[in-house]
Design a protein around this ligand. Structure first.
Ligand SMILES: [Zn+2]
Length: 109
């Protein structure tokens, strides 16, 4: 095994180079927590916007339909349930993909 910094040969099993003191146990690059936090926030924000926008669209649709006279209340409840389930499914899928992305990232580097 050779030191990646000074090139001196070192004994297998040592954590540090005998000559220059550089770490030999692989690239121990510290994770930039601030950058990854910003990246996570950039991924979470669209998910939150999709969630909020989806529910706003759903509630305005149901409200406008409810304003019309003679509209079946059961149909409104069905639209509400189906729309809500759709929004929850889409947001759940996005969160699942986001978590996969977040867990995949350290190995990609
Ligand atoms: Zn060295």
């Amino acid at each position: 095994m050779y030191c990646p910094v000074c090139g001196a040969e070192s004994t297998q099993g040592l954590n540090y180079c005998k000559r220059c003191g550089a770490g030999l146990s692989g690239p121990a690059t510290p994770v930039d927590s601030k950058a990854s936090f910003g990246k996570m926030l950039g991924l979470i924000l669209p998910v939150a916007l999709v969630c909020i926008g989806g529910f706003i669209a759903l509630f305005t649709t149901v409200y406008n339909l409810g304003e019309r006279s003679g509209f079946d209340t059961r149909a409104l409840i069905a639209i509400m349930g189906f729309g809500g389930a759709t929004v929850v499914c889409v947001v759940g899928l996005l969160v699942w993909l986001l978590l996969r992305l977040a867990s995949y990232e350290p190995t990609a580097r």
